[in-house]
Design a protein around this ligand. Structure first.
Ligand code: B1H
Length: 836
């Protein structure tokens, strides 16, 4: 009732007591020690590195909170249009270093903790990664949050607070991947703020009954209700006060237990209902690029979209505008189809709770959502069985049928009598069971649809959504090429290179880190020997840093005089780690056949692999096993071990990437053309002066456009050839001995047991011998030729370093700042809000 007096009490007293951001070393040490004494309740003098990490984190958190509150206040007062990034994955990695750098306080904190007897490096190393994602899609979400805050855009992320992130990968002595749970929350997490007061009820199951009162309304009752509780994570921008929010939902039982069951003597049943509520956010699904139709996964998706929409709607209502203006204040970006139910949920709210007519509701919905597609691989395209949806979300299934009916009527109107087209475009795929095609629903429910690199966006338009382009018009379909944040992927992971760049450009890093195209000014320095020597020396020290890391963590000694050749990404047949390992074997066999004299001309090479396989992905796991066992043989062979060695580094993570990427001379991005939507690590390697060996696929193409084809190593067939080649494999197969003798020889050596238990690898080898869906036999020869060109180029070290400098200098386009501004300007219509 009316406006409350604000603030309560005396404003001067409030103001005088308010905390500001620490800026000097003495207030930093004071805050650190205060947290040791009070928050951690520990004796100040007797503190280990973990305690020091926690105290540092809490102290940094206080600083972030000052900015975070000011940012929220500003957004609330000015009520600008906001954007929300809905992603089932946020692969954040560590936070402390990033927060210190974005605040510009790293040096001061380093000095402070040193005075107290700690080293910043040891402290930073205590933090566990927040690994709430599988791979590129989740890391992209994290980069976009960093860029949004850095560009002062009012953008929030919404996701799930999984108790267990991506599994921890162990490698058995036989070379098998084993999975262990990731207990990232075992030590308390200083970066999240539990908001027990921000909670929403989410319903599952029950009955939906249409009212039949001349409105499209229905009533949804009964079933199970669970509670969504908010946990907030602060997202600091780089050198700005703007600190945005990532809101992660945790599921809780609505009641501790069900009293009815309890009183009926069913104690176990009563407790079970609380267990099943908590289970919703217990674990991240580790099946990158595959859908399994699991009920719990669908529950996760609805739980998260329902809670997020309720929260967004509540915030909108506080502005006091009519619901028809919702799209003027809210843009929602769907990160792949995982949050597509948000479209249906908003329809449900508008129809059943806001009493909107159908057309008005659909108008609001289709002006609010934006859909990003991240893959055209058929196994990744989400489809949910109709019976499952009907059971879990009966009202939503009704709405989907209604959307579909009206949609197909409009298709019929435009293409009268085209029954095939109606079948192809229906949201419901016929079959046993019938399934809902989520990409189609996301497409028709959104204002704009985009892919993540030029080639990929073209493929989306000409393959999976071709009919929709014909029906809705081309202008709905766009491209936003992915990007990466240069804060984490250059300044944080490669501090020496960052410092060299600042010295050379003669500007503070605050400037070029936010305008990455400035790197172009490094181009003329490629001709400057002194600069080249510094550049090369930094690469060398980064290689030594990686070698040191491997020595400490795995006890292995790595030859840092060798070329470092790196392939790190999720294990998948389409990414062709198998092509790489077969190439390594080819190199090994070639070395074995060389004379001592010939070997003298060979440049030593160390090959690194890292990456996780989905736990049920048999072929991908066999590839890991092959890599590990080839490594055992090669690394132990006195004939060759100085010239070739091979490592599979277990448990790939964001933090491991931060050590590997700056150390690479060459990295491999060798997917079958047309299969890797974009790739983002390719950008990270190039930004750090590593050269790229790859196929003409995804963002590799745009990288080559920027840096020039003379600075990348391309090989393999192009996308338009792929379909034909697959047809040949199926209908006119040629024995591999005929088609590619070099590859046949390698496969035969594996089959003959050169790397142990030959029979184990047969299923993997047979994927190539029969069918060869990913076209290894078509690309093997040109791959080997490209590797030889890399060797050749590396011999001329001066020219190599020039290429490295030129590559890095031309990476401006791939800053996620550019990408996020494209979303903000061309899609969301959201503007920067400066927090003074
Ligand atoms: C990408 C996925 C993905 N595309 C389903 N699709 C998942 C699909 O758990 N699931 O159900 C998880 C992930 N991930 C990747 O997105 C692309 O393969 C990369 O090429 C791209 O760079 C990245 C970011 O756009």
């Amino acid at each position: 009732s009316g406006k409350e007096k604000w603030p309560r009490g005396e404003e001067t007293v409030w103001k005088g007591a308010m905390r500001d951001v620490d800026t000097d070393v003495s207030s930093i040490t004071k805050s650190f020690v205060n947290h040791v004494q009070t928050s951690l309740a520990r004796q100040p003098y007797n503190l280990d590195n973990l305690g020091a990490y926690q105290a540092s984190a809490l102290s940094v958190r206080d600083n972030l909170l000052v900015n975070w509150n000011e940012t929220s206040l500003q957004y609330t007062r000015k009520a600008p249009k906001r954007a929300y990034y809905l992603s089932l994955e946020f692969l954040m990695g560590r936070t402390l270093d990033n927060a210190l750098l974005n605040l510009g306080l790293k040096d001061k904190y380093a000095e402070g903790v040193e005075k107290l007897g700690f080293s910043m490096e040891d402290i930073l190393d205590q933090e566990r990664d927040a690994a709430l994602g599988n791979g590129g899609l989740g890391r992209l979400a994290a980069c976009y949050l960093d860029s949004s805050a850095s560009a002062e855009l009012p953008v929030w992320g919404y996701g799930l607070r999984y108790k267990y992130g991506i599994f921890q990968q162990l490698i058995s002595p036989e070379g098998d991947q084993l999975e262990a749970p990731d207990p990232w929350l075992d030590n308390q997490n200083p970066w999240e703020l539990p908001r027990l007061d921000v909670a929403y009820e989410v319903r599952f199951y029950g009955q939906a009954e249409r009212l039949h009162d001349g409105t499209p309304r229905a009533q949804w009752t009964g079933g199970q209700e669970v509670l969504a509780v908010a946990y907030d994570v602060m997202i600091p921008g780089c050198y700005t006060k703007t600190t945005n929010n990532l809101r992660l939902w945790e599921s809780k039982p609505k009641r501790g237990f069900d009293l009815n069951s309890f009183n009926a003597g069913n104690y176990e049943g009563a407790v079970e209902s609380s267990n099943s509520a908590a289970a919703i956010t217990s674990v991240l699904y580790p099946n990158d690029h595959t859908t399994f139709g699991k009920e719990l996964r669908l529950k996760q998706q609805y739980f998260w979209t329902a809670a997020s929409l309720a929260d967004i709607l509540r915030r909108f209502k506080n502005i006091g505008k009519p619901i028809t203006q919702f799209p003027d204040y809210v843009a929602i970006q769907l990160n792949d189809t995982h949050p597509t139910l948000a479209i249906v949920e908003l329809m449900r709210i508008l129809l059943d709770e806001e009493d909107q007519p159908w057309a008005a509701a659909w108008q609001i919905v289709t002006n609010t959502f934006f859909y990003t597609n991240h893959t055209v691989l058929p196994e990744a395209l989400e489809k949910w069985p109709v019976p499952l949806l009907e059971h879990l979300l009966p009202r939503h299934m009704q709405i989907i049928y209604d959307i579909n009916m009206l949609f197909l009527q409009s298709v019929e109107k435009k293409f009268p009598g085209d029954r095939d087209r109606l079948g192809r475009m229906s949201l419901i795929e016929e079959g046993f069971p019938k399934q809902v095609r989520m990409a189609f629903l996301a497409c028709i429910g959104s204002r704009k649809v985009n892919g993540v690199a030029e080639l990929h966006s073209d493929l989306v338009k000409t393959t999976i959504l071709k009919d929709f382009v014909e029906f809705e018009g081309i202008s709905k379909f766009g491209n936003v090429t992915n990007g990466i944040t240069p804060r984490r992927w250059l300044d944080q992971c490669n501090p020496e290179l960052s410092a060299l760049i600042s010295r050379t450009l003669k500007v503070d890093k605050a400037v070029w880190l936010k305008d990455l195209s400035m790197l172009e000014k490094l181009l003329p320095r490629a001709e400057d020997k002194k600069f080249r020597d510094e550049w090369a020396a930094i690469k060398q020290r980064n290689k030594e840093r990686l070698a040191h890391h491997v020595q400490v963590t795995l006890g292995l000694t790595i030859n840092t005089n060798a070329m470092f050749d790196v392939q790190i990404k999720r294990l998948h047949e389409y990414k062709r780690q198998t092509l790489n390992i077969l190439g390594v074997i080819h190199r090994y066999l070639t070395l074995k056949s060389m004379s001592a004299e010939e070997k003298k001309k060979v440049n030593p090479r160390v090959v690194f692999f890292a990456g996780k396989a989905a736990p049920a992905y048999y072929i991908a796991k066999l590839t890991i096993r092959l890599i590990v066992n080839v490594a055992k043989v090669i690394n132990a062979d006195p004939d060759t071990k100085d010239l070739l060695s091979l490592y599979f580094l277990p448990d790939y993570s964001v933090s491991l990437a931060e050590v590997l990427i700056p150390a690479s001379d060459i990295s491999q991005h060798i997917s079958t053309a047309g299969t890797e939507a974009s790739g983002t690590s390719n950008m990270k390697f190039c930004l750090n002066g590593g050269l790229l060996l790859g196929t003409v696929d995804g963002a590799n193409i745009e990288i080559a456009e920027e840096v020039g084809e003379s600075n990348v190593f391309f090989f393999g067939h192009l996308t338009p050839a792929v379909e034909d080649l697959r047809y040949q494999h199926t209908y006119h197969p040629v024995p591999i001995e005929e088609k590619c003798p070099a590859l046949a020889h390698v496969l035969n050596q594996v089959s003959a047991g050169l790397f142990g238990d030959a029979h184990v690898y047969e299923p993997l080898l047979n994927t190539i011998r029969q069918g060869d869906h990913y076209l290894l036999s078509d690309d093997f020869d040109s791959y080997i030729a490209a590797l030889a060109m890399v060797d050749e180029a590396y011999l001329d070290r001066t020219e190599w370093v020039k290429k490295s400098i030129r590559t890095s200098a031309k990476m401006g386009k791939f800053s996620s700042d550019r990408a996020i501004m494209e979303y903000a300007e061309s899609y969301w219509n959201v503007e920067p809000q400066h927090v003074a």
